[in-house]
Design a protein. Sequence first.
Length: 202
Amino acid sequence: MTKISIREVRSIKEEKDIGIAAVDQFFSADGRLSSTIKGYEYRPEQEKMAHAVADALFNKKNCLIDAPTGIGKTAAYLIAAIIFSNKRHEKVVISTNTINLQEQLFKSELPMLKKVLFKDLRFSVFMGRNRYICLNKFYKIFPGNVKIVEKMEHWIKNTKTGIKSDQTILTDSSWDDIASDSDTCRSEERRVGKECRSRWSP
């Protein structure tokens, strides 16, 4: 059984209070969001949601929120999570229900927050392996289509991610035929012309 001293309990409470105060600094009517982001409109519901998320993170408890469109849910939980991460020096994992939301966070919301509010923010995206190309499958399925092969080889050489959404050459159905998957992956042959990108996926 882990024992926590009174001093440690006080420290944890103080840290939580500092975290909630930091949320206020961002979401209050005259907070950093209002003064930094042009056209930002103060929304009490957004501030309340950010408080709830921060409280759940600092107290290690569950939090289920049902909120209507238009209150700024994304900014509420992202900023609360960033504040928690900064105060605790811990990584935060955000899981989305859809790929579209994942890409929205990675390509739009988080870069914007980094640019205007959190200069030292570091983030990355973790994707399922079917979003990566399997080079073994690719060269077997498109051996005679010179145009597609040339375009894809150029993309493979220059892509920084190797993921489906970063290319416009193949249709969804064509991509499905060459997507990486654990059942057909031959780990000893994962390097074909270029290091296999799907090594980062489950």
